[in-house]
Ligand binder design. Sequence first.
Ligand SMILES: Cc1ncc(COP(=O)(O)O)c(C=O)c1O
Length: 367
Amino acid sequence: MGPKAIIHLDRLKSNYDLIKEKVNNLPIISVVKANGYGHGGVACAKALETHGCRFFAVFSIEEGIELRKAGIQSDILIFSRIDANSLPEAILHKLTLNLCHEADLPLLIKYAEENGGCPTVHLKVDTGMTRLGIDIHNTENIIHQLKEHPEVPCEGIYSHFATADEGDLSFAHAQESKFKSVIKIAENIGFTFKYIHFSNSGAVINLNQSVTNMVRVGMSLYGAFPSQEVPMDIPIQPVLEFKAPIVNIRKVPAGTPVSYGGVFTTESESTIGVIQCGFADGIPRPWYQNGHVMFKGKKYKIAGRICMDQFMVDFEGQEPHVGEEVLIMGDGSDGCVRMEEIARSINSTPYVISTGISGRTRRIYQD
Ligand SMILES: Cc1ncc(COP(=O)(O)O)c(C=O)c1O
C-alpha cells in the first residue's frame, strides 16, 4: 500500500533516440543525478547503457560510486566541486571529475606527483551561470598549465547555460560566444579536448550545436520539457506515472469541510476518498488549489490541503473501492495531467516536482 511510480523505461529509451536525432547523432551524456531526477538513477542508467549510452553524469562522488557498484561501465562525470579527500575513490571507481576552480589544478598536480596518477577531469568554464567554473579570464592560463602537466588527464571542456530554456535567447547566445572564444584560445595554445559539451535540454531544443561534440541532458530524457517557453516540437513522452491507492471512503453531506484549515467544503452530498500519498511522497502541496486526479478515465478534484502522507479526493457521485488507484500524473493522454502542467499551475518546475518523488514511493520499472 502506498504511492507507486511506474517508470516506463521504453519511453526513456525512445526519448534518448529522439534527442539523439535532434542533435544529429552527437553522443549524449545522460544526466542521472538526484536519483535520475526521481526516476531511479541506477535503473535509468542501466537501461540507457544497454541502449547504447556511453556517458553519464551525476552530482556527487557517492552517486557515481553507486552507479559503478550497480555495474555501469561507461564514463561517469561528477558535477560537484573536487574534494581533495575523494581523489582516491575517484581513481578507484574511474570517475571523471569537474575541474571548475583555479585552486584545484595545483591540488591535482600535487596529487599526481605524490601518487603517480590522478583522476581524469573535464575543465568547466563559467560563461554566465555564475556557479561552478573557471573564470573566463583565467582559462588561457589554466589551459597552458594543463598542457604543461599531462599527468593531469583533461579529456573535456564544458560550460552550463543559465537561460537556454527561455523565450529570449540573447543571454544564451552571449554565453555561446564566450565559450567559442575559449575553444579558440585552446586551439591557439595547441591543446585538444576530446570532449566539448555545453547543451542541456533547453539548448538541445533551442540552439544549434556548432562548437560542441556532445550534449548533456537530463529533463528531456525523462520526457518533460524544461520550461513552458521552449518549442515543444520533439514528441518526448513522460517516463513517469504517479499513482496511489484509495485507503478509505466516506459519504458526507453537503457543506462538509475536508482536511487542514477546512478550506475545502463539499458542494453537495459526496464521497470523500483518502489517498495514501502526501507531500512527503512527492505530490506537490500547492497542487491542491487547482489539482485533480484521474480515476477510471474521469477527473476528480483534490479536496482540501494535501497532508504529509495522505490527501483527499471528492469523488462526487462515484463509489470507488478501497484498494483502487488514482492516477496523479502521467503521459497527458485522456485528461491525465503531465508534470509540466502541474508545474505551470503551481508556479514551479518539472525539476522540482520530479526530484520530489521520494524514497517512500515504490518504483516499478516497465520496459
Ligand atoms: C551541469 C549540468 N549539466 C546538465 C544538466 C542537465 O540539464 P537538463 O536537465 O535541463 O537537461 C544539469 C541539470 O541541472 C546540470 O547541472
